[in-house]
Design a protein around this ligand. Structure first.
Ligand SMILES: NC(=O)C1=CN([C@@H]2O[C@H](COP(=O)(O)OP(=O)(O)OC[C@H]3O[C@@H](n4cnc5c(N)ncnc54)[C@H](OP(=O)(O)O)[C@@H]3O)[C@@H](O)[C@H]2O)C=CC1
Ligand SMILES: O=C(O)[C@@H]1CCC=N1
Length: 229
């Protein structure tokens, strides 16, 4: 069994760990050792706060906030070996921004996710975009790992950043507008969250799959009449 170290066991790191735990030996690394330990207990893996553990890994997944990735690379360099593949999943940290910080630059690969951990946890399938310029043998290994998580395609990491940024920004704008309009109508605060999480997000999903109900169809017609669609 090959070994995968996951550095950062927050939302995405823990999701990946759970999806691949039956096929790989997993080593979990996080500065929050309690969070990491609880996950390790759940999925029968090893948890530590010590980066040295990555010595034993075939693959190292960086599931860290973008602001810390560059800073952590010099700390992992001393434990890296030439055969290990380092996988960066951070949406907004590009490979070119990391190359000056890492040993064995040829072993750094971007694998980016068009998806949101909460939706993926609920069963929505994300797209996993493997850097199209990667070597064939690395691509094959990435497909083996990431097809456990979503639909794997080859592409450009910059496109993933664009997609996640536009979708994220527009979703937040919509949530803010919903809240604002409900406030103006004196609607009780406890209704807002369900309006956003359930009605709005369900309607968006139905719209994207062409499966809207009669009520939402009327909304679409009204919007078309007003020419705002
Ligand atoms: N969330 C999502 O839906 C998606 C996330 N991604 C990408 O995944 C990456 C991780 O995001 P996400 O899981 O949401 O973030 P989280 O904040 O949930 O998880 C990051 C984890 O890394 C830990 N951490 C921070 N600094 C260090 C460090 N120096 N050493 C070890 N562990 C550290 C954090 O601990 P602490 O909380 O204590 O700081 C936290 O447990 C991001 O780059 C993001 O772009 C991509 C697609 C979707
Ligand atoms: O960190 C990210 O890229 C994502 C995409 C959707 C939500 N968070």
């Amino acid at each position: 069994m090959e070994t995968i170290a996951i550095i950062g066991t927050g939302r995405m790191g823990s999701l990946i760990a759970r999806k691949i735990k039956d096929k790989y030996r997993i080593l979990l690394v996080d500065k929050d050792i309690r969070r990491c330990g609880n996950l390790a207990k759940d999925i029968h893996s090893i948890a530590t706060g010590n980066l040295e553990v990555i010595k034993d890994a075939d693959y190292i997944i960086l599931a860290l906030p973008d602001r810390v990735i560059r800073d952590i690379l010099p700390n992992i360099n001393s434990f890296l070996k030439g055969h290990q593949i380092v996988i960066n999943i951070s949406t907004s940290t590009m490979k070119k921004d990391l190359l000056d910080k890492i040993n064995y630059r040829q072993n750094l690969i971007s694998v980016k996710i068009i998806g949101h951990y909460e939706e993926i946890n609920l069963g929505e399938i994300p797209l996993i975009i493997i850097e199209e310029t990667a070597k064939d043998e690395i691509k094959t290994k990435m497909i083996e790992i990431f097809s456990n998580i979503g639909i794997v395609l080859f592409g450009k990491e910059e496109d993933v950043e664009k997609v996640n940024t536009i979708a994220g920004e527009e979703a937040i704008k919509a949530a803010i507008n919903i809240k604002k309009r409900l406030m103006e109508q004196n609607i009780k605060q406890e209704y807002w969250s369900i309006a956003i999480r359930n009605v709005a997000s369900g309607t968006m999903k139905a719209f994207s799959s062409g499966d809207i109900g009669p009520f939402a169809k009327r909304v679409v017609e009204e919007l078309e009449k007003k020419n705002s669609l």
